[in-house]
Structures are given as structure tokens and as C-alpha cells.
Design a protein. Structure first.
Length: 157
């Protein structure tokens, strides 16, 4: 379950179910074991300043509250992946493109990414057109037999 975005003014709440593969599930099992079923998957350490000092101590774990909290961890991720120019939004973008290229219904792609069909059509029309072209190519009915002989079709008289 992925929480809906906090964008806009309508104060949306809830989550969107996103299917994952067995490879991802197997990787997550050690992290999930012993945690509450409704616990957030991605958490970070929270700190609080020790009263009367300049020292900070861990006070628990919680979700990211703003995009700026991702800056340092993202730099480490880019370094480890050897992708110095990658931005977090690229993950969402590539996921949308993969969904379109897999010929998922645009409404489903939009719902999985907490966005509108109009946004997908406006910004990803290139991939939609490519995907439709691939569908059209797969729908071609061969007119020649496998041995390249021309087959005479019956004529209406």
C-alpha cells in the first residue's frame, strides 16, 4: 500500500495498493519480520536535542515528512548505484513508462501513481502511441503462407 500524495488542497487520505514481485517480497521479508502489519515500510531515524546540550539523540523511527529529508540518503543511493545525475522523480517516471509499455490500461497506470489520466496522456503520449503501434503490429494477420506461396482467396460471383 502506497499512501496517496499530499499534493493539492483536497486533503486526500488513504493508500493505493501496488503489486510487487516475489523477488521484492523475498528481499523485504527480513525487514518486515516482527513488524506490525500496518507499519510503514520506509522509515528514517528521528532525532531530538537533549535538553540543555547541543547533543542530539535518536528518538524513534518515522516516515519522511518533507522532500528535503531525502537529500542525504539520495546522494548515498546515487553514489552506490553509480547514477550521479539520477533524481527521485525518475523512479516514478520510469514506473509510469513501464506500465504504459506493458499495455496496462491508462486508468490503472494513473491510479497506481496517484495521478490523473489527463496528466498521463499529456506527458506520456509518446509512450502511449508507441505502445498502441506495438499492439497494432501484433494484430497483423499474415497474408502469405509459411512457405511464401500466394494463396488464392475465393472470389464472390
Amino acid at each position: 500500500m502506497v499512501p496517496v500524495s499530499r499534493k493539492g488542497r483536497d486533503g486526500k487520505t488513504g493508500s493505493v495498493p501496488v503489486p510487487i514481485g516475489m523477488d521484492v517480497l523475498e528481499t523485504l521479508v527480513p525487514v518486515l519480520t516482527g513488524r506490525a502489519k500496518d507499519a510503514l515500510l520506509l522509515e528514517r531515524w528521528r532525532y531530538m536535542q537533549v535538553a540543555g546540550t547541543i547533543r542530539w539523540q535518536r528518538s524513534g523511527r518515522g516516515p519522511w515528512l518533507s522532500a528535503s529529508e531525502l537529500t542525504r540518503p539520495w546522494q548515498a543511493i546515487r553514489t552506490r548505484a553509480n547514477l550521479p545525475d539520477a533524481i527521485p522523480y525518475a523512479l516514478r517516471h520510469s514506473s509510469i513508462v513501464r506500465g504504459i509499455r506493458a499495455n496496462l490500461p491508462i486508468r490503472l497506470v494513473a491510479a497506481l501513481h496517484d495521478t490523473s489520466v489527463q496528466m498521463i496522456e499529456r506527458h506520456y503520449s509518446r509512450w502511449i502511441a508507441d505502445g498502441l503501434n506495438e499492439l497494432a503490429v501484433r494484430a497483423i494477420v499474415p497474408l502469405l503462407a509459411d512457405d511464401d506461396r500466394i494463396i488464392q482467396l475465393a472470389c464472390a460471383r
